[in-house]
Ligand binder design. Sequence first.
Ligand SMILES: Nc1ncnc2c1ncn2[C@@H]1O[C@H](COP(=O)(O)OP(=O)(O)OP(=O)(O)O)[C@@H](O)[C@H]1O
Ligand SMILES: Nc1ccn([C@H]2C[C@H](O)[C@@H](COP(=O)(O)O)O2)c(=O)n1
Length: 249
Amino acid sequence: MTQASAETTQTDVTGKSASSSPFSGFRLGKSLVVAIDGPSGSGKSSVSREVARRLRAAYLDTGAMYRAVTLHCIATGVDLHDGAAVEAAARDIELFISTSPDRESVTIAGDDVTAAIREPGVSSSVSAVATTMGARAELIRRQRALIAGAGHRIVAEGRDITTVVAPDAEVRILLTASEEARLRRRGDQLGGTQTDAQLRRQVTERDAKDSAVVNFQQAADGVVTLDSSDLDFEQTVSAVLGIVRTVAH
Ligand SMILES: Nc1ncnc2c1ncn2[C@@H]1O[C@H](COP(=O)(O)OP(=O)(O)OP(=O)(O)O)[C@@H](O)[C@H]1O
Ligand SMILES: Nc1ccn([C@H]2C[C@H](O)[C@@H](COP(=O)(O)O)O2)c(=O)n1
């Protein structure tokens, strides 16, 4: 069973905040779901986490859930090419993910796997889980429950949040960046330890596999595209907040 963290940021806006506050201008007490999708390395996780902090919102990293199921399958000897077994693993996993933007925490049956789900072995296998439709259905069900249970305000990011998980979200954004920018960002993030070929496997080739079951390359109707290729991190966060202000006001 997936639970929302007890540490989820629930702080409400009192209405006494200064007008320069990043969350001023939103209708107080009104539900706000910000859905952000995009390809690997576009900045979804880092930008969404920071946007959630500034909005005093909860934050849901749905990719971490696919990663957790992948790790669970590897650890328990489930054949990742056996769709029925992967689906059963997704249904049975005792998965907890924190929805606090200030505390990254993922556990499986109480074991902390926050770091383990980022290991290269998981990254290179996760597409097998992401393309198993029965596993997707189960994780989508859990993600919807987490969003519904997170309180009045949440930023959720992944590949199908704007289209499948939360198509009715008040704000829906496709965060893109050129392939060159995404490869450069991932390379910098990994401290320059990866070859060009390794980076392409982790970014471009993974996106190609994942694209088989979900469209995160083109914006669906009503989804705002934000191209961050020529923006730095802070400019991208500001641009997302600007969209939230415009769309959700
Ligand atoms: N606009 C930006 N300019 C420069 N660097 C950025 C920008 N946005 C994010 N980054 C950096 O790029 C790296 C990759 O970002 P992040 O992990 O958030 O991408 P992602 O889209 O979530 O990728 P994945 O889906 O593979 O997990 C991080 O080091 C992040 O700080
Ligand atoms: N809503 C989502 C979120 C993630 N995925 C898949 C695609 C990725 O290969 C994998 C890990 O995501 P990441 O941590 O790199 O963002 O999970 C998906 O299909 N749908």
